[in-house]
Design a protein around this ligand. Sequence first.
Ligand SMILES: [Zn+2]
Length: 364
Amino acid sequence: MPSSSASFTPPFCPNRNCNSRTSSQPWRYKKKGFFERDIRPRRIQRYLCQHCQRNFSSQTFAVDYWLRRGDLLEAIFHRLVSCSGLRQISRETGVSHTTVRRLADRLGRHCLLFHEQNRPDKTPNEPLVLDGFRTFEHSQYWPMDINLLIGSSHFVYGFNDAELRRSGTMRPAQQVKRRILEKKFGRPDPQATQKQVEELLRRVVQPGGTVVIRSDEHQAYPRAMKRLSDRRFHHETTSSKEARTTSNPLFPVNLADMLLRHSSSNHKRETIAFSKRRQGALYRVAIWTVWRNYIKYGSENRRSAPPAVALGLIRKAMTVGEVLTERCFPDQVGISSWVLRCYWGRIATRAIERCDSHGAVYAM
Ligand SMILES: [Zn+2]
């Protein structure tokens, strides 16, 4: 974390309303003593902004700001991409599972911003594969898709969520239960997939951009592309019944689906570690995305570089510690409204009436 470095220089005033952010004058601050804490680094430098008189410290710029057990972040990151459930991590680390969940949420928020800061800000110049990863939140009555947009380099450009209505074969009792639940909590928007795919494509493909999109024959995808008339899409479809081999044009998402299910305990089949909230599932996908793009070997056997190296975004594979070196601020990264809503924990789970919102708690 940057706070351990004696040479740390605060880059800007962390108060987003401070006039130093917009002033043409150089930012002025001064050192204002130290405070001690229980975990390392123990001595933390304090500062005072001379524009807004706000106190802050080197710790304000660390990913583990305000955390008592920030020392566990790195270990929990590894566990979350190694298919551990929150209670399993809690037993290993000796902290409660609610603490593990809070730390996992912190990692999720950081990874969302980290990826937005590091992904290409221009239209990708490789074909993109689009698909929905089918899972559920809360119970099997609330299925959802995690829409993924992945390059042929296997770089995950972005993802979002789409609520779905439970379908398929149901016993009469299950049909009654679905009716009762939908009456109480409302029915998911039938256009959710189209709207969310449109949001995802708008975020990744810039206005005026041209890109090849490969997908299955889902009918919502061409409708979403049609609504983005200022971008050009060359849409190539492949039947989802085709063999899922490496020569299948959809191989990047087929592999991503397998990896996501293999490394995340919440997406295992017949598990009790499934996501209770869509928000929690999205934070975990953000962590998985950063791991897949910037940290994990492209191929474990060949020990090849991760996709972000292949795209020239970073020089060499990063470690979890490097990803967690600097805090990302939502107002410092130009991000879309969906990513912001996700960052602030505002993706509500229909079946839970009071969903946690982190906005008030973690706002700086
Ligand atoms: Zn200030």
